[in-house]
Design a protein around this ligand. Sequence first.
Ligand SMILES: [Zn+2]
Length: 339
Amino acid sequence: MKFEKIEFDSLYINIFKLDEGIYAAIFNQDMGASSNAGFFDLGNITIIFDTLMDPFATEDMIKASKAITNKEPFLLINSHWHLDHILGNRLFPKPMPIMSSQGTFDQFKNNLPERLNAFKERAQEEFKRTEEFLKEEKDPKKIIEYKNDLITYTKVQEPNFYLRPPELILSNSIKISGTKRSVEIINVGNAHSYDDTIAYFPEERICFMGDLLFTNLDPEWANGIGGIQWTVDPVNFKKVLETYLERNIKVLQKILNSVVMHYYVSKTSVAIEGGYPCYQKNFIEKFTIPDFNDDEVATLSKLDKAQDINEYVTIWQVFSSIQILVKFDLIILKHDLYP
Ligand SMILES: [Zn+2]
């Protein structure tokens, strides 16, 4: 996947454009580990997916979304109920709705107050600790960060501090269509948390998975962090990951089931009983998949009819015959592609 970093001045987050209208807000790793989020410009509307743990980071993401999409946010989606994804809900204007699954909504009501009280208690200690750090700090960026942290820890302890719950409840899935692109918001059930929600762009093959996906994660974390379970349903967690990985593999499947593969095998393999060609490893080991670019993969993802897929793959090969000769190690493909 090609992505580009967008110029945006923030101490807390970096903004990456993943595809037209699809942006990730990635927390600056220099400031420690935290959550990530994203926003989508669907043409006439902007959707925000998750907020960040640090309120100043969420405020920066809201600013970035407005500056980049030239629109006020239309809707916020919470992937799940954990504080590092919902703490920023309160920073969005009241008329703008927030959507989550029923599981997230229930946890918000039943379990979040306890989590928030623990956070408030911790905020008192963190305030004192941060004050000490601030006295010693010389780095101007760190000084701003610590001062902002003191504001956050003070606000959290205020009696009128509240967490804004979602109002729109997603049962299974919903497709949000804008004038330029659309996104599928899907409740994948209990996995990392209760009724986790993801945002999926089938054509662009981009999925915002909340806390369902990590890179470079110590497998030990699967047992839980600080006494908090890492997954409420490990079996479904695995199934969800496989499902969305397979959607990527579907393009590969289309090529392997196309006329090109059949033609290759008819020339390199032997017929077994009944006249069927043998797909044993030694007959197909030189068949490789070409490096389609992003547009080509997007086109192939959209094609469903066998005839369309065959035509696309075949025409692609005619126009890229030199590449094919190298990549497929198959000179016979140069002529009469339709047997
Ligand atoms: Zn989480």
